[in-house]
Design a protein around this ligand. Sequence first.
Ligand code: NAD
Length: 475
Amino acid sequence: MTDSVTSDSVMTIDGEAVTGEGAFDVLDPATGAPMGSAPQCSPAQLDRAMRSAQRAQKSWALDHEARRKAMHEAAEIMRNSAPELGPEFTREHGAPVQHAVGQIIISAAWLDYFADLELPASTVRTLPDRTIEISRRPIGVAAAITPWNAPILLAVWKIAPALAAGATMVLKPSPHTPLTTLALGRLLSAALPPGVLNVISGLEPLGQQLVSHPVPRKIAFTGSIPTGKAVGVAAAHDLKRVTLELGGNDAAIVLDDADIDAVVEPLFQSAFANSGQICEATKRVYVPERLYRRLLDALADRARAARVGSGLEPGVEMGPLTTDFQRDHVEDLVQEARAAGATIAAGGNRLPGDGYFFEPTVLGNVREGTRIVDEEQFGPALPVLAYKDLDEAVERANATMYGLSGSVWSTDLQRARSVAARLETGRVKINTFGLPSPDAPFGGVKWSGVGVENGPWALEAYTDLHVTEIGVGSH
Ligand code: NAD
C-alpha cells in the first residue's frame, strides 16, 4: 500500500467519506501487482446512497443558478486535480501519464459546458381556447455505470448532463479502475451538496443491485454489448429509462484516391490510441487491392516504431492493456487469425513479464469469418482487408450488428461524404480520428447502443417532458 491519493480509497455517500464492508484489490496493469484497494459497497450502503440522492434531488433541482455555480466550481477542482490524479489513473489503468492527465483536464470541459446549457420551455401550439406549454423536469435519481477503458471521461459524460438537468446520481465505476473515480467523488464533494453525486465501488453483483434498485428512474450505462443487454432487460422490469453506450467494430474505408502517406499516422492513431481500448477505435481497415500492400507495410512500420512500456515512463506511447483478460482476449484473436492463414505484418505477441503488454499488431491476408474481423478486439491488433470495388467495401463494413462509428479516408471530400452517408453507424469520421466534444451527440445504432451522450440530447435524457395545457380564461 502506498500513501498516494487513491490507495486508501473511500466512497462518497451523502457527502461523507465511507469505507466499504470489505475491500478488493486493484491491480497495476504494468506489473500485475496490487497497487491499491477499493471498498466493497454493501446493499445497505447502496440503499443509503440512493436515499441520499433522492433527498438531495428536490433542492438541487430548484435552483438553476446554484447548480451552475457548483458545476463550474467542480470543473475547476477537476482541472486542478489533474497533475495529482493523473499518475494514479496511470497506475490503475496503464495509459501513459500524459494521456491520463489530458483525459482529466478535457473531462472538466463537460462540466463547464453542461453548467451553461439550458433546455428552454416552449409553447408549441396556441388554439383560440387553449395554450399548450412544454417544459422538461429532471428525471429524479440516475444510476451510472462505467467501464474501465476511459473511466473519468465516461463518468463525466454522465455526471455533467444529469447534474445540469437537476437530477442527482449514484455512480459505480468498473472494479478494474475504480480508484481515480472514487478520488474524484471525494474532490467534487467540496463543490456539490451532500447526496448530489454519490460514488460507490464494488465487485458484482453491485452493478445488478444498482440497476434493480427501486429509486433510480434512469440507468446510464457504458460497457460491453452483453452486459448492456442485461442492463436493458433488468431496467425494463421497472420501466426505467436507459442510455446504453456499447461496443463497436468500426470499419475504416480507404478510398482509391487516398494519399497513403497522409493517412497512415491518423489511421494508426485511430486504431492504437489507448492501446486500442476505445469504443470508437478503428477495428478493421478496408483498402483497395491496388493500395493494400503499401498501406499494410506503412501501418506495420508505424506499429513497430511505437514505444510500448509503463505509462509512468517518459516517452512511452502505448501502455499495457488494462486487464489480463483483455490481453488474453487479444492474444486469442491474433492466434486464431494466424492459424486461419493471416500474416502478421507487425507484432503478434505479448511482451515477456508480469505486465499486460501486447505488441502493436497489424494483420494482413485476413477475411470476414475470422473473429478478429467479425468481433470487437478492443486492443492493439488491427486487421487490414483488401477490397475490389467500393460497393463491396461498404457492404462488408455494414454486414454486422455493431453500429457505433466508422471512418472514410479520401482526397475527394464529395466522394468521402457519399460513402460516409452509407455507413450504418451513429457516427462517421472523414480523414480524421474521433475527438469527442461536449456539444456533439455520441452514440451507436444496432447493437452499439440506445440513446446518445453529449449535447442537448444528453441533457434531455435526464429529464421527462412535462406538458401543461391552459384553458381560456386562465390568468
Ligand atoms: P463490461 O460490460 O464488462 O462492464 C461495464 C460496467 O458494467 C462495469 O462497471 C461492470 O462492473 C458493470 N457490470 C458488469 N456486469 C453487470 C451487470 N450484470 N449489471 C450491471 N452492471 C454490470 O464492459 P467493460 O469491459 O468494462 O468495457 C469495455 C466495453 O465497453 C467495450 O465493449 C467497449 O466498446 C465499450 N465501450 C463503449 C463506449 C461507448 O460510448 N459506446 C465507450 C467505452 C467503452
